[in-house]
Write a protein that binds this ligand. Sequence first.
Ligand SMILES: Cc1cc2nc3c(=O)[nH]c(=O)nc-3n(C[C@H](O)[C@H](O)[C@H](O)COP(=O)(O)O)c2cc1C
Length: 358
Amino acid sequence: MVLAPMAGITNAPFRVLCREQGAGLFVCEMITTRALVERNPKTFRMIRFAESEQPRSIQLYGVDPATVGRAVRMIADEDLADHIDLNFGCPVPKVTRRGGGSALPYKRRLLRRILREAVAGAGPLPVTMKMRMGIDDDHLTYLDAGRIAVEEGVAAIALHARTAKQHYGGVADWDAIARLKEAVPEIPVLGNGDIWCADDALRMVARTGCDGVVVGRGCLGRPWLFRDLGNAFNGIADRVRPTLGEVAAVMARHAEGLTHCFDQERYAVADFRKHVGWYLKGFAVGGELRRELATAESLDGLRAGLARLDHDQPWPANTDTPRGKSGERGKVQLPDGWLDDPWDSVVPEDAESDISGG
Ligand SMILES: Cc1cc2nc3c(=O)[nH]c(=O)nc-3n(C[C@H](O)[C@H](O)[C@H](O)COP(=O)(O)O)c2cc1C
């Protein structure tokens, strides 16, 4: 099981909470290769791992084969991680407009060059890739990309079974995961998209034959989902159903971890605000207290609010439903003429962003 890389979410404090729940890969936020090779201080802070984190997984975003190669070599030479994942799934307009993320696999040769550099530079470290099905239904790329990945020595592929156009809307097309699994029998295929509870993961594996699952939004405010996944895959029926008091204790640890990580309490508590609604989803918490928790400005303020929650309240029913981002985009933003030639391998200009974390 894999914690999906999520910009702004899967930093060390959150990964530690997830990792305590069972063995797997817990991938960091997206790091841009340019920022890494330029030794950007913020990016270096983002690739700090907790002592307990083993193996350490870094996700890289890059479009220039040379820069990707340098970044990967740096990770290997300086022992910055144990596993490198390459991001070819980002659908954000500022990324696809420059030919990066989910736009890139359309350029088959460029994709091949990037993968070749990455695998060569990584030495013994496994390189995996994460991608979407394509740009839209008329420009699917995942089967070609899968074959190229196998030929270039990629260790495993994760497929988020949506197109870039779908963004986070609609329903993930798990049949595409099955088709990819058939197309690349040589390496593991990890299925991603719309796993909201452990039984969804079992259903995905049964339906697609995938070798593992990647879970993103389903674990927002619910790091113990990884315990459920481990139980499910081991045939154990138990599911974690924390009381509100137990959830509050995890919330406090999460916010404390962020404070330690960012070294700035005010910033950390503000960053934690986005998690509050996810943790409290489905619980009966009055609007006023909910607001207080979501606007706390200090750890003490947050703790005071958490203390006022009804700690005996049981885990609410019907919470295995979508959370986090949703919705489709009208049109995928692409560089001019991007779709004219799938084989040209010119590196798109200005595509090497220097901002990590999406
Ligand atoms: C807030 C957020 C940030 C994300 N950031 C990244 C990222 O940096 N790299 C990446 O490959 N995918 C990113 N994703 C996509 C997820 O990794 C995952 O593919 C997607 O959410 C679908 O899986 P899910 O249905 O389990 O959420 C992000 C998703 C969310 C919701």
